[in-house]
Design a protein around this ligand. Structure first.
Ligand code: FAD
Length: 512
């Protein structure tokens, strides 16, 4: 086996961050303290109000995901059917199972039931069409052949519907297609930059990991060819990578292997990104992988310092919903200072909330690793934003959110500190809000996270977006719901809920 220059620092010897499992209220009280007098929420809400009103005057089309989720909330039978189909249908290999799955899911839902304007239009769409042609339950014998022919048509139509839903979130099926779309979008909105994401989650095999690696390499070459290495890195398009896509055993128990095999791989991608002077960001994944990600990140930071000290495009995403998010920012800034490099840090709220809660409950952990009140995550996001803005000497902050109140608060704090930064949104989300924000202030820049890939690789990504936007507390969801007034939509998050919103995991197992 080839030797590697990477040192295997055992995770057990590292104590860089506090435990993620600690009482929520104490952490939030501390974050509120750090925001005291640093933010005027009333002024932020006043700035965001006109954006929200403008978006509501020009709502998204009926087929947009926000509209669909308003029509079929995730909590309804129809929403669940949509979600399960989106999650599973595209990867069912054989027709029989696809027919059975579609029949099962569509028979639980009533897509035509509550027909109002949007629904009536949607009922012409594939899903309700599908349902009409479904074989009746238990249809056998005489009608069987027709039923089966019908069933295949149904599956084809339903597949089409799921693909349409997915298309909203994918910029292009190939990097070349995606870059063409990006160029067209930039002609309409010159403040846009893009960070391409090659679709795919956790590699299962070495061949998967190799395939993703090649995709990333090709994408970087394409982005490099269209970029300008002489420009400041934040003006060029960039790439986002998932460590779990680049190694089949990206887990703490495989620490040695990950350091030996994954670090050189990512270093090779960094080399290309540095030569092209583009931003390469490591996406944030599950809480229990954070320590491992930090080991990889620190090994790479040392390598970047040695090989590309003038490249300022190396970066990582940080999740504000984690109870230790602010300490993480302090640590990352410290790593950058230690190595004398500059980083780009994308602050997100966190996309795996449901999964993190479920995992903590299953394992009976003492506390949740993420906040349980939505407004606590918002508080943490703002406190982390401030911490990033205070680390301007080594960090270029990138604020990824679709929440108008959060955006206005960030802009206010950044302006107050005379700081450079960029905003970010996901392709297919937050277009309305950002149309208004960028129109209001043409000096602001927004980077679009743009998934690239075939629709059958979209599933995990699509389900995350559906879950996120289906939640009642989601800003995008509330924005689409006219019954929610401006006061509620832009209410200040800056207050403490003393109790966890959920029973602590051990309480679920008592007294038995
Ligand atoms: P909001 O509606 O204001 O916030 C929703 C978020 O609040 C949820 O996503 C969740 O984090 C949190 N939340 C919801 N319910 C609760 C609750 N009951 N208690 C506590 N908190 C709650 N996510 C990643 O994990 N890794 C990434 O690498 C990543 N990259 C991204 C890149 C870009 C450009 C963008 C825009 C987002 C990215 N995300 C990533 C997704 C991000 O974490 C959020 O899920 C998403 O942006 C929604 O947050 P918001 O501020 O737009 O909306």
């Amino acid at each position: 086996m080839a030797t590697s220059p990477v040192q295997d620092t055992s995770p057990s010897t590292m104590q860089r961050l506090p435990s993620p499992y600690r009482p929520e209220a104490a952490v939030v009280a501390d974050r509120l303290q750090s925001l005291h007098e640093a933010l005027d929420w009333a002024a932020a809400a006043a700035a965001a109000g006109p954006w929200v009103q403008a978006v509501r005057r020009h709502p998204p089309p009926f087929w947009a995901m926000e509209s669909l989720l308003k029509e079929y909330p995730i909590s309804s039978a129809e929403g669940l059917a949509l979600m399960r189909l989106a999650e599973a249908l595209l990867r069912v290999p054989d027709a029989e199972t696809a027919v059975a799955l579609t029949a099962d899911q569509l028979s639980r839902a009533d897509f035509e039931g509550a027909a109002d304007g949007a629904l009536a239009r949607l009922s012409q769409s594939a899903i309700s069409l599908s349902k009409r042609f479904l074989p009746a339950e238990g249809a056998q014998g005489e009608g069987g052949v027709f039923a089966r022919l019908g069933a295949r048509t149904v599956v084809a139509a339903t597949l089409r519907a799921v693909q349409l839903l997915g298309r909203q979130f994918v910029l292009g099926q190939t990097i070349a297609d995606a870059m063409r779309e990006a160029a067209a979008a930039r002609r309409r909105q010159p403040q846009l930059r893009f960070s391409y994401d090659m679709l795919g989650e956790g590699a299962r095999t070495a061949a998967d990991a190799e395939r993703y690696f090649v995709h990333y390499e090709e994408a970087i070459s394409a982005i490099a060819a269209a970029g300008d290495p002489g420009r400041p890195v934040q003006h060029n398009d960039g790439i986002s990578i998932k460590l779990s896509a680049l190694h089949p055993r990206y887990e703490a128990f495989q620490h040695g292997r990950v350091m030996q095999e994954l670090v050189p791989r990512v270093a090779a991608l960094c080399r290309r990104a540095a030569a092209a002077n583009i931003n390469l960001t490591i996406d944030a994944e599950e809480v229990d992988r954070l320590e491992l990600s930090l080991d990889v990140f620190e090994a790479l930071a040392a390598q970047v310092a040695r090989e590309h000290p003038r490249w300022h495009g190396f970066g990582l995403a940080l999740q504000a919903y984690q109870t230790r998010a602010q300490e993480l920012i302090g640590h990352v800034a410290q790593v950058a200072r230690r190595h004398g490099i500059r980083l780009m840090c994308r602050l997100v709220k966190g996309a795996y909330w449901d999964a993190e809660i479920k995992r903590a409950q299953e394992l009976g952990l003492p506390h949740y690793p993420v906040f349980t009140h939505k407004h606590h995550t918002d508080v943490s996001y703002l406190a982390c934003a401030r911490a990033l803005l205070q680390a301007q000497d080594v960090i270029f902050p990138q604020f990824a959110t679709h929440n108008a109140g959060t955006i206005a608060a960030i802009v206010q704090m950044a302006r107050g500190m005379d700081a450079k930064f960029e905003l970010q949104r996901l392709h297919g989300m937050g277009e309305g809000v950002y149309r208004e924000v960028l129109q209001d202030d043409p000096t602001l820049a927004c980077r679009v996270y743009a998934p690239v890939g075939r629709h059958r690789d979209l599933l995990a990504y699509l389900v995350r977006r559906l879950l996120e936007n289906g939640a009642n507390s989601s800003f995008v969801h509330q924005l689409a719901d006219e019954s929610i007034g401006m006061d509620e939509l832009l209410r200040s998050p800056l207050h403490l809920a003393p109790q966890s919103a959920l029973p602590l995991p051990p309480a679920l197992y008592r007294p038995a």
